[in-house]
Design a protein around this ligand. Structure first.
Ligand SMILES: Cc1cc2nc3c(=O)[nH]c(=O)nc-3n(C[C@H](O)[C@H](O)[C@H](O)COP(=O)(O)OP(=O)(O)OC[C@H]3O[C@@H](n4cnc5c(N)ncnc54)[C@H](O)[C@@H]3O)c2cc1C
Ligand code: FES
Length: 278
């Protein structure tokens, strides 16, 4: 095959990854690292979107963007070692390459919450896709009212982005932290993140929420916010599913009548109820 034809076919191949160079790996918690990946500076993406991230010989997995696109041409990916591919990613060193396809998915509807108080609810590594949203809210204080972050993890050691949390507070976010099990240094709350609603100084009927975490936490948070009076269309969450293609072709992520990869991964409680997605 001649080289022009190969180049033309490659350009039209949606499954062909491009290269990202790992510039820095920051350990955040046991088995969780922040991979700072140098990408083309014109690459753009929004909070709530994801990339298919691949390692040669291991496979490909969906990972949320954990940064805004204009943070120095570096794409942050916060990755927990869960199985084969994520372990292969964790075995890479600074200077090595990973494959990237994307960005994919719809992202958070930032304009939907314009001018409203916002409750961000995060569980464990679910804070990763919410981090660029928090950065965006800090940078755009005119776009929202009071922002409260309720963040829960299993233990203080499992809490990621701990060093940044003070900056988020300085940026005007009301941060409330909780863990399932504390230690002698821990002076925050102990218990479930859904036990912290009393810490949110807002009228829930007029506010909006963004949620990410384990499925059981997402379900409990959505239900509580509904009972606190928040309208279903302003309770927004991002969902996980087993994915292969990431582009609506393979059917692996099918939930109700929706593809999590292309119709989501961000859905409102209204959509989740209507289409029986969860
Ligand atoms: C849209 C989206 C965004 C994501 N963002 C992140 C992120 O920012 N950081 C991060 O660490 N992880 C994220 N994940 C989860 C990540 O994709 C999985 O942990 C990864 O695919 C596991 O692959 P593996 O080969 O390492 O493990 P496997 O060997 O494939 O699996 C290990 C274990 O994890 C379970 N698992 C695998 N994939 C998923 C999945 N998609 N959902 C739920 N359970 C799964 C398996 O059933 C198994 O029990 C995201 C998933 C989706 C769908
Ligand atoms: S991952 Fe293939 S259709 Fe969604």
């Amino acid at each position: 095959m001649n080289s022009n034809l190969i180049a033309r076919q490659a350009k039209n191949n949606i499954y062909l990854p491009f290269n990202g160079r790992i510039e820095e790996i920051i350990p955040l918690a046991p088995d969780v690292g922040l991979f700072r990946v140098r990408v083309e500076s014109q690459l753009t993406y929004s909070p709530g979107q994801f990339f298919m991230v691949s390692v040669w010989g291991a496979g490909e997995v969906p990972i949320s963007v954990a940064s805004l696109p204009d943070e120095g041409g570096v794409l942050d990916l916060c990755i927990r070692k869960a199985g084969m591919v994520t372990t292969a990613i964790h075995s890479l060193q600074t200077g090595q390459s990973i494959g990237l396809r994307g960005p994919y998915g719809n992202g958070f509807p930032l304009e939907a919450s314009k001018g409203r108080d916002i409750v961000v609810v995060a569980g464990g590594i679910g804070i990763a896709p919410l981090r660029p949203l928090i950065h965006w809210l800090i940078r755009n204080p005119d776009k929202a009212g009071q922002v409260t972050l309720l963040y829960g993890s299993r233990s203080p050691e499992d809490m990621v982005f701990r060093d940044e949390i003070e900056k988020w507070r300085e940026g005007g976010i009301n941060v409330v932290l909780t863990v399932d099990k504390g230690n002698e240094k821990w002076n925050g709350h102990i218990g479930l993140v859904t036990g912290l609603w009393h810490e949110v100084r807002t009228d829930f009927k007029k506010a909006a929420a963004y949620i990410c975490g384990p499925e059981i936490m997402i379900k409990a948070a959505m239900r509580d916010l509904f009972f606190l009076g928040m309208p279903d269309n302003r309770i927004i969450t991002t969902l996980e599913a087993h994915m292969k293609c990431g582009v609506g072709k393979c059917g692996h992520c099918y939930a109700g009548p929706k593809y999590i990869c292309t119709d989501g991964p961000v859905f409102s409680y209204e959509e989740i109820k209507k289409h029986a997605i969860l």
